[in-house]
Design a protein around this ligand. Structure first.
Ligand code: DC
Length: 224
């Protein structure tokens, strides 16, 4: 069973996908982390200071040793055997990740890897921007999570607060507007509502409510 969850930044996809996967006892793939891993590797190589950025990103994606430790929940993300799960969330990686997300060669390689992970497991909750539209058009369940932009900014701020990082609210709002625009306008892997997706507006919902709703929809359909 393949379950896709797409939606904009801050819509609550990652947390909901992880808890849904735990409840169904299947795995959760965070595809945003894969774009972040390409970015982290390029960043560590100093590639963003060179004019070769675009040409090299595809090569990095093809050659990077990205693996997941599926024995932990959520799965740890390993780059060349090193746990980079926290490093991937660093603000400078968030700022640079659009280079990888906009790159056709990177997308082709990551889509190939995503399909191969799904084929290996058979059952997967996979979450991102293009999972229900492009990567798994025949998924068994497609969800699209959304939330009001002010609420998405509030969630982002709470996440940064927890890490002790202070960022001005107006900067967070302008960053979110920019990310939405990039996600919705990139020529490949564009964030779109899959026509056959179930839409959930999570603006006024708690995380347990979101997960319970998803579990119920799947349970109702699976058991009659
Ligand atoms: O969900 P996130 O913030 O970790 O995603 C990081 C970036 O990767 C974001 O700019 C959107 C992009 N992305 C994408 O283009 N396609 C996906 N399937 C997942 C993420």
């Amino acid at each position: 069973m393949i379950i896709t969850i797409d939606g904009p930044a801050g819509s609550g996809k990652s947390a909901a996908a992880e808890l849904l996967a735990q409840s169904l006892k299947i795995r959760h793939l965070d595809t945003g982390a894969m774009y972040r891993a390409v970015t982290l590797q390029a960043y560590n190589m100093g590639l963003f200071d060179t004019p070769y950025r675009d040409a090299e990103l595809g090569t990095i994606a093809v050659n990077m040793k990205l693996t997941f430790d599926w024995n932990t929940q959520p799965a740890k993300i390993l780059l060349a055997g090193q746990d980079v799960s926290n490093a991937l969330r660093r603000p400078e990686i968030t700022e640079m990740v659009h280079w990888a997300a906009d790159n056709t060669a990177v997308r082709a390689e990551l889509v190939r890897r995503q399909r191969s992970i799904a084929a290996a497991f058979g059952d997967l909750v996979t979450e991102g921007r293009d999972q229900g539209t492009l990567v798994f058009p025949d998924a068994d369940y497609k969800f699209y999570l959304d939330a009001d932009i002010q609420e998405r900014v509030r969630r982002r701020r709470a996440e940064l607060d927890r890490k002790g990082l202070l960022v001005e609210a107006s900067k967070l709002l302008s960053d979110m507007i920019e990310r939405d625009q990039r996600d919705r306008e990139r020529p490949v892997g564009t964030l779109k509502l899959p026509p056959d997706a179930i839409v959930l507006d999570t603006t006024t919902m708690t995380l347990p409510e979101v997960v319970a709703t998803l579990v119920k929809i799947i349970g109702n359909n699976t058991h009659g």
